[in-house]
Ligand binder design. Structure first.
Ligand SMILES: [Zn+2]
Length: 310
């Protein structure tokens, strides 16, 4: 279904909250932006994920100006900077916007997010590094030097909801899934799930992921009555497409946890997740990433215990 058709559907019934998807760009030469969703209340707007690049975040702000409604809440599905860098830019325009996120970002600001700071700073002085990369590096350094715009003023520690007029957006927390704490949204009225990077094309990214918790989160989502799921990257899908993603995820991670050859596990996702693999122009990229995750993360006991919190 097209976005326009979806919005028309949302507008046609009384209760569901209408939303607009601002699709994140994934290009080879620069770091990606995650998807953003702008949900419209009677007097206010709520934004799920704010992107990385100013060009992306400015589309959110332009929409708010066009609707003539303030952004009063930002939800970060997780702390990855392709979803959270834009927080600061939105709050510069709308200082009242409250930030809802899990507290996992606090650990990341002492670990994953600062691991490569020295390398990043050094790369700015390296004439061999392309300018587009340096732009991304400056965005990264600026984001981590401004923790107040990454750390939530409303932590999501479990199920909660944000009121929007007579409706509400329900928030859920998945522990140790794509990150240590992933927030996902559910609007029962429009039967829509906003999954963040729990669902991503062309493959799930395990750099900060724990297979076990992630499987549980997907199982929990699958039990809900929903029609549309908006992923962290890529286009919205229906429940059946999500269920096939979940099946492929379970099969791939079960393979990674067995003694099957890496190539078998890679082939498992390439076949069962074919619909998602097709969303990226280069299947070789997906194959290489799958192999890397099996060998370097999913089968490394120290990584597993770090990322699964045990
Ligand atoms: Zn992402």
């Amino acid at each position: 279904m097209s976005l326009i058709a979806m919005l028309a559907l949302a507008a046609a019934s009384a209760t569901p909250v209408p939303y607009t998807l601002i699709e994140g760009q994934v290009r080879g030469d620069v770091q990606p932006d995650g998807n953003s969703i702008v949900i419209e209340g009677p007097k206010e707007l709520l934004v799920i994920d704010t992107g990385r690049h100013p060009e992306h975040t400015d589309k959110i702000i332009a929409l708010a100006k066009a609707r003539n409604k303030p952004i009063t809440a930002i939800v970060n599905t997780h702390w990855h900077l392709d979803h959270a860098t834009g927080n600061a830019r939105i709050r510069a325009a709308y200082p009242g916007a409250r930030l809802y996120a899990s507290t996992a970002v606090e650990g990341a600001l002492h670990g994953f997010l600062i691991r490569d700071v020295d390398k990043a700073k050094a790369s700015l002085d390296d004439p061999a590094v392309p300018e587009l990369r340096k732009i991304d590096t400056r965005l990264y350094l600026k984001a981590i030097s401004d923790p107040a715009n990454l750390i939530p003023d409303q932590p999501v520690n479990g199920p909660m909801s944000i009121p929007l007029g007579e409706s509400e957006l329900q928030l859920h927390l998945a522990r140790h899934a794509a990150t240590e704490g992933d927030v996902w949204g559910h609007d029962p009225a429009s039967k829509t799930v906003f999954a963040g990077d729990l669902v991503v094309a062309p493959l799930p990214f395990f750099d900060t992921g724990c297979a076990e918790g992630w499987r549980q989160a997907l199982a929990e989502i699958d039990q809900l009555d929903f029609q549309t799921l908006v992923p962290g990257h890529g286009l919205p899908m229906d429940h059946a497409a999500f269920s096939s993603y979940r099946k492929a995820f379970d099969a791939f991670t079960a393979c990674a946890e067995s003694s099957q050859p890496t190539a078998t596990c890679v082939a498992t996702w390439m076949q069962q997740g074919a619909a998602f693999v097709a969303m990226h122009p280069d299947p070789k990229y997906t194959e290489a990433a799958l192999g890397y995750y099996v060998d370097r993360i999913l089968r490394v006991p120290a990584k597993r215990s770090e990322l699964c919190g045990k």
